[in-house]
Design a protein around this ligand. Structure first.
Ligand code: SF4
Ligand code: SF4
Length: 73
């Protein structure tokens, strides 16, 4: 399990999530931010600070987010 960042981050990218992540596993990947699934500890701290609700536990993501990568390229 990990948390994932979905499409709502596109074009927003305010980076609020990166300031609260205790393990610094959220990275700028170009058009959005992405979570390194190998490092994420599933604490949920990033979920509540995202202004566009782009972050969810992997298992709870809407079907339209299924293409969201779980690992950094
Ligand atoms: S769930 Fe926690 S560890 Fe994982 S990306 Fe969010 S803040 Fe970082
Ligand atoms: S807080 Fe939300 S919108 Fe901002 S960079 Fe993180 S995932 Fe993207």
């Amino acid at each position: 399990m990990t948390h994932l960042i979905g499409e709502p981050c596109l074009g927003v990218k305010d980076a609020s999530c990166t300031t609260v992540c205790p393990v610094s596993c959220i990275h700028d990947v170009g058009d959005r931010f992405a979570i390194d699934a190998e490092v994420c500890i599933d604490c949920g701290a990033c979920v509540v600070v995202c202004p566009v609700s782009a972050i969810l536990p992997a298992a709870d993501q809407p079907s339209e987010w299924r293409n969201t990568p779980t690992k950094l390229d």
